[in-house]
Write a protein that binds this ligand. Structure first.
Ligand code: SF4
Ligand code: FE
Length: 488
């Protein structure tokens, strides 16, 4: 028995959603076929498609701990360290297949963190959130749904608490309590894959205090619930997707997207509320989600694989690949990329069991990994641009290659080796451009910086989690400050 959708079924399931989506100031009537959005749908579809490929079965699928059925790993609650390690490998695999953000990790990370926190709230307050959450999880697993994990509020003035903001809606909050549920207003910003999702799982964005209780809420909604509006973010070079399937797109098939999601007095039934004013559990939920999502940045290792492959290829096309400094730069790219892989594997391998039974990554190592992610992809991109050369940004368009007037000049003067068509050189350059400064740079660079928390957030966690007293103690012992001159 399994409940796996395939890519086609996923696409058809999205067609049934009645989402209110805006792009370039206009309502998008057909979201699935919109040329700007569709590559991001393709990327999520890859998470469904790969689950049906025998060679990836072990990475992409597992058994539900609730039903015993075969499920997509993106809907799984990690039951052991092996699950966590496979999650990291799944991220690298999909990053390398799509060379962009494939969006489905946030929902998985939201569900895993909620599985811990709903259990913990029940243990302290005798509430019934965990049972509700498991029912919801089973629904997600049975239907193989994609969930948007919505944490980041617009936040308004950063120096002011949620309840003291000029506009109370800059953090999602309860506006009405009813016998059958709650009504919420506010917005979530930078929502990865929002319009490719069946569900939206909302969590608080930071630690809430007692005066911010109305903001300490978590719940899930179908993505086409009345009152939800999606406003898509622009990406550098996005309108190239309107030019058809020319090589100027760089990545012909895949992309990502982010959106501002507005909640305008949206009703949530009680059975879908997983935290309600328990402000004392917001820190745990936010930190665990952040740790899981910082691990998820295994995806950037996969995109790095593509970038390294493209860089080696352009070096060969240019006839520069035997130069020692080029070889060394590519070794450096691999060194950085594999160092990233070490981090996401390490935090998984050092994971532990929480009281709910869910396995959580090592939080310190997950933060160290993400801190590396805020830096290394930028260095990989710099090296790729160094090796690629200036043509990366001066290359004429695909239309010029096809032009009866100038096509022959472009092909003649940008030819390198006899065995390499000039167009192949252009294609690989456009892919590097796409990853390092085009639409995919949203995911590979700026999202590496700010996604799952900006660099400073990880530094704060690192400083809190490091056992400095122990480090000082061993240092002091070894030089005789603590135990004098006696060994042992
Ligand atoms: Fe997943 Fe990476 Fe996209 Fe985050 S940035 S949703 S971890 S693919
Ligand atoms: Fe992200």
């Amino acid at each position: 028995m399994n409940s796996l959708m395939n890519a086609k079924q996923y696409e058809e399931s999205l067609r049934k959603l009645q989402l209110k989506v805006y792009l370039f100031g206009k309502r998008v009537e057909n979201v699935v076929d919109n040329p700007i959005i569709r590559p991001s749908m393709n990327a999520v579809a890859a998470t469904y498609e790969l689950a049906h490929r025998p060679e990836y079965e072990d990475i992409m699928t597992t058994r539900s701990h609730l039903t015993g059925k075969k499920i997509n790993r993106f809907t799984h609650i990690h039951q052991n360290r092996d699950d966590l390690v496979k999650k990291s490998k799944m991220g690298r695999l999909l990053g390398s297949q799509t060379a962009c953000c494939f969006q489905r990790c946030v929902g998985m990370d939201a569900m895993n963190s909620l599985s811990i926190t709903t259990h913990a709230i029940d243990a302290r307050y005798g509430t019934e959130y965990y049972g509700r959450f498991l029912k919801y999880l089973e629904y997600v697993q049975e239907n193989d749904l994609t969930c948007d994990g919505a944490m980041t509020d617009p936040k308004g003035d950063r120096s002011v608490a949620p309840s003291k903001q000029l506009d109370e809606d800059v953090f999602v909050h309860v506006v009405e309590e009813r016998p059958d549920g709650i009504v919420v207003s506010g917005a979530k910003a930078h929502q990865t894959g929002a319009v490719n999702s069946h569900e939206i799982i909302v969590m608080p964005t930071l630690t809430m205090r007692e005066e911010d209780r109305d903001y300490a809420i978590s719940f899930a909604l179908p993505s086409d619930t009345e009152g939800l509006t999606y406003i898509l973010g622009r990406q550098s070079c996005d309108t190239r997707k309107l030019e058809g399937m020319t090589f100027d797109r760089g990545n012909l098939f895949y992309g990502g997207h982010e959106a501002l999601v507005v909640f305008d007095k949206v009703f949530v039934p009680w059975e879908r509320v997983f935290m309600y004013k328990e402000y004392d559990f917001t820190t745990q939920l936010v930190e665990n989600f952040a740790a899981y999502h910082r691990q998820s940045y295994a995806c950037k290792v996969g995109v790095g694989d593509v970038l390294i492959g493209a860089t080696q290829t352009i070096a060969e096309y240019n006839g520069a690949h035997r130069a020692s400094h080029i070889k060394d730069k590519i070794v450096e790219m691999n060194h950085l990329n594999e160092t990233l892989f070490c981090g996401c594997i390490a935090c998984a391998a050092e994971g532990h069991r929480e009281p709910s039974g869910t396995y959580l990554v090592d939080v310190l190592l997950a933060n160290v990994h993400k801190q590396n992610v805020t830096r290394f992809p930028y260095e990989l991109a710099r090296l790729a641009q160094d090796v690629a050369g200036g043509l990366l940004v001066t290359l004429p368009s695909a239309a010029d290659f096809d032009s009866p007037e100038v096509g022959r000049w472009v092909k003649k003067y940008y030819r390198t080796r006899a065995d390499i068509p000039t167009e192949h050189r252009a294609r690989i350059l456009r892919l590097i451009e796409n990853i390092t400064m085009g639409t995919a740079a949203v995911g590979y660079l700026t999202e590496s910086m700010h996604g799952a928390g900006s660099p400073q957030a990880q530094r704060i966690m690192i400083s809190r989690l490091i056992n400095m007293k122990h480090k000082q103690k061993i240092a002091k012992e070894l030089c005789g400050i603590e135990k004098g001159d006696q060994i042992g």
